[in-house]
Design a protein around this ligand. Structure first.
Ligand SMILES: Cc1ncc(COP(=O)(O)O)c(C=O)c1O
Length: 439
């Protein structure tokens, strides 16, 4: 069994002086708690036997070492001044933005509008852009509509901002429930919350955590419901897993290509971390609304006046010579195979016979499992503790569902572990599931 990937550990800190307890903080500083993800990482660090199906990290064995080395060598041997080792621009390298915008348009079969280099902002991963997007839109007490389930790091971020996440109602198979959706929007309007609603956050391609994708009809119906309710609010389509399909891309076009979304301020998020190298930590956003994107760029200017120019130069070089597509062609079957290994391990060990349900995703990094009634997957519950004893870590579904009701769900990632470790982790997981029901 391979060892789990461990983030670098901080050096031990000296004991805080007593006065630290009285440090005056801003309203935001006082509200902040350690992100939920830190607790999961700490659990992995503290128990070295633990196999982690929790982290949505990429597979270290597939990382493009030789490619990156070649790109660095080529950059280093370029004549002239090494501009790539100098600061870059706040919005990102123009050449990289041009290439990324072209790729996003191509993914929509050329149909997307409002996407070009000038309306593209590069960030330290799409995570930073998501944070900036929220920070320029939301005040404490505001509301954001999210899917059910949604990206738990985003939900946690909203808590930090003091922003309320309201789930978009879905049917049992995860499709938006058109009638309930309209009822929720009417409810917001009726409560006087219309002005508090600041954004809608969607993951339409192989989402985190459920692996589900959305059809154009579904997206258009959401646009219609928002329009009917008079809520032409900013919409974020987070497409970070869009290119990580297994057998075929998801056919729906992005909201930038759908006429029904024309009147809405739109932001698309993408990344080069998941499909290429997460250590380079470069993500991007396309924005249809200059007021929104400019403010994100200005705020980013305050943070760091630009993401690492060198990392961007490496990626620009690689994307320009087709290295990203070559890498993706190897990555897709590798993740598809790992998904099948974990799925088969759970199935063969008898998890379905214990009443657990899940479906196989067509891409992305996650399996989303529903436990039978009576099992609570929350941190420090019976099932969690049994998993800790058996040496397997997962993300509790409760973290992924705004407003509660996720306690019977689990997110498992097949991203990091190798196939043997995935089989063993699957075996341990089913063992724990069996143990807690006494069979
Ligand atoms: C849905 C989603 N959005 C955004 C991110 C942020 O990714 P990155 O900052 O590596 O681009 C992640 C990472 O797991 C994610 O799952």
């Amino acid at each position: 069994v391979s060892t789990i990937t461990r983030p670098a550990q901080d050096p031990p800190r000296p004991a805080a002086p007593a006065a630290a307890n009285t440090l005056p903080l801003s309203a935001l500083g006082s509200r902040l708690r350690a992100p939920e993800i830190s607790a999961l990482m700490t659990a992995a660090l503290e128990n070295q036997r633990l196999l982690s199906l929790a982290a949505g990290f990429t597979d270290s064995s597939t990382l493009p070492v030789a490619d990156v080395q070649r790109a660095v060598d080529e950059l280093a041997s370029r004549p002239g001044l090494p501009e790539h080792l100098q600061y870059g621009s706040s919005r990102g390298r123009p050449g990289l933005r041009e290439l990324i915008a072209g790729r996003s348009i191509a993914l929509d079969g050329g149909a997307s509008r409002d996407i070009d280099a000038a309306r593209t902002l590069v960030g330290n991963g799409s995570q930073q852009l998501l944070y900036l997007a929220m920070q320029v839109l939301c005040d404490p007490g505001d509301i954001v509509l999210v899917e059910r389930p949604s990206y738990f790091v985003f939900l946690d971020m909203l808590k930090g901002f003091g922003v309320r996440a309201v789930p978009l109602p879905c049917t049992d198979d995860g499709v938006f429930d058109s009638d309930d959706l309209r009822a929720v929007l009417r409810g917001l309007a009726g409560n006087g919350d219309r002005a508090r609603l600041k954004a809608v956050y969607l993951m339409s391609y192989f989402d985190n955590p459920s692996g589900r994708s959305r059809s154009e009809a579904e997206k258009n119906d959401l646009a219609a419901a928002l329009r009917e309710a008079g809520m032409l609010v900013p919409i974020i389509e987070d497409n970070v897993y869009r290119e990580l399909w297994f057998d075929e891309p998801w056919p729906a076009r992005s909201i930038f290509a759908l006429r029904d979304w024309d009147a809405f301020p739109k932001l698309m998020l993408g990344t080069l971390t998941k499909p290429y190298a997460s250590g380079l930590k470069i993500g991007y956003s396309h924005g249809s609304d200059a007021r929104w994107l400019d403010r994100m760029a200005w705020l980013k200017g305050h943070h760091d006046f630009g993401s690492a120019n060198f990392n961007q130069a490496v990626l620009e070089h690689i994307v320009a010579r087709g290295g990203l597509d070559e890498h993706l062609a190897q990555l897709r079957p590798a993740y598809a195979a790992k998904m099948r290994v974990l799925d088969a391990a759970l199935e063969d060990e008898g998890l379905r016979d214990l009443g657990w349900r899940w479906s196989r995703p067509g891409g992305g990094l996650y399996l989303w499992l529903e436990a039978p009634p009576g099992i609570d997957t929350s941190v420090n519950g019976h099932f969690w503790n049994q998993c800790m004893t058996d040496g397997v870590l997962y993300v509790p579904g409760g973290l992924c569902i705004a407003g509660g009701g996720g306690e019977r769900f689990v997110r498992l990632s097949y991203g990091v572990l190798d196939p043997d470790a995935l089989r063993e982790a699957g075996r341990r997981f089913v063992n724990a599931a069996r143990h807690v029901v006494g069979v």
